[in-house]
Write a protein that binds this ligand. Sequence first.
Ligand code: FAD
Ligand code: PHE
Length: 513
Amino acid sequence: MSTLGMAPSVADTDTARQAFTPIRPGHLIDKVNGKAPKVLILGGGPAGLVSAYELQKGGYKVEILEARSRPGGRVRTARKGVTETDLDGETQTCDFSPGHFYNVGATRIPQHHITVDYCRELGVELLAFGNQNADSLVYYDGDTPLNNSPVTYRQAKADTYGYVSELLTKAMNNGALDRELSKDDKDALSEFLSRFGDLSALGAYKGSSRAGYVGASPGAGLDYGEQRTPGALSDVIQSGIGRNLSFEFGHDQAMMMFSPVGGMDRIYYRMAEAIGANHIKYGAEVTGFSTGDNSSKPWATYTRNGQEEKVEADYIICALPPHLVLRLDTDLPKDLTTALKEAKPFSSGKLGIEYSRRWWEEDQRIYGGASNTDLAIEQIMYPYDHYNSDRGVVVAYYNNGDNHREFEKLTHKERLNKAVDLGKKIHGDEYGKNISSSFSGCFMKTRYSEGAWVDWEGGSHSHNESDAYKKALKPVGRMYFAGDHLSNSIAWQQGALESGRAAVTAIHDRVTA
Ligand code: FAD
Ligand code: PHE
């Protein structure tokens, strides 16, 4: 039945991501008597590339105009030889050892994102990405003995969950929840809290092996190890060591998480290869466009190798960042340009340091994941590849908003020095030793991005329903729009890929209507 299209296949019933039906080869050709329409795609980031890739499967002619000399847009991987000149004129060339890298932009993929499906389809192998690590650290400023020095995640978790469970148990036993809970409810909750907090028979938190040991773990014979003493109740609460424990509860941040072997940009190099070099013009900076209508074809102008060129098509998909579209010479209606102004670019960036010794593994037994802090660096991310080898690239900051702006205004060398000074507070002097090279990326200063992602007025990464957002979703004449900013997965490749597919579906529906 499903083969005949009369019942959903097992895959179709699985999750929303299977709702997209790639255009079947030959299907389009049947519908329009062998004349394949041409779709011009502006931008070779994930949204533009996936549009071309899926349209091509259906027999459409595609051409991509991409200003940079590479595919992937904000999916950037720093590895040996990668060069970037920031808008302020500073050039960095990455000098990491062969095989070592870090992802300047996108780095993690949750298992439910269609990004994983494209990796499978394109033969891009995945590695587990440690988004949570019991042995990484938290470091927060404050007035308790648990502040201004590193605490392991496992300790933060054990103590926070332990005391919260104890307090709730006490409140319940004192009758504070009698109006909300029946006797049976209370028994069940008590049972849950006892396990969740590792409580004593009397419902108290007395510490737990979950918090780890001082020095070595228990050994052979009579070596029981020295279990870590819990922080005092009020210190645990006031220190805020539990403030980031909810990060991993996020729909898109929960383990398992993945990342491609060799760097995130592998996905788009493979996709570009599949599309074919003759369908992608790199170094082609779009300068303007006309959206076309029933009687006229849409076109775009671009500069390439110093020449001004013009290209026409049956349809255009504009997959450029919205704030950059506003600078082009276009015939977009005023209500749309007004709407696009409500997509505000956001500051974010990272700095990677290659160390010639994996001290975080050798000395501290941290294998992947990230340490979090309220220092301006926000987090330190440890490599998820080359475990136990002789070197590796640590992300010394991945920070956002005001915290990133503190680094944005600095030269690369100054960023490195500041990142190392702050990192030493968490990892000690070792943090400044054995540094072999470094590379930083700042999206506000990156040409053809000028922002890490956008925030829509009144919306969020996962829910946008403002009038401006809805206006930006609509095609104009023969032009369709795509990009993560037109999705409810902003700042995720998922959003860009879904949005590209939506543009493809809309064009195909129109062509075959
Ligand atoms: P872009 O990637 O921005 O592509 C737009 C393209 O247009 C670019 O190639 C650009 O060069 C081109 N362009 C711009 N102007 C012109 C012009 N005038 N002419 C021609 N071409 C032009 N996603 C995840 O899945 N996981 C993550 O962990 C993750 N982390 C992130 C961390 C950071 C710091 C950042 C910045 C992004 C992260 N993302 C992550 C999000 C992901 O990178 C984006 O969602 C995705 O790149 C958006 O794709 P896009 O095609 O919409 O836009
Ligand atoms: N998707 C990006 C990341 O995981 C940006 C982001 C960070 C989005 C945190 C939401 C929350 O790093």
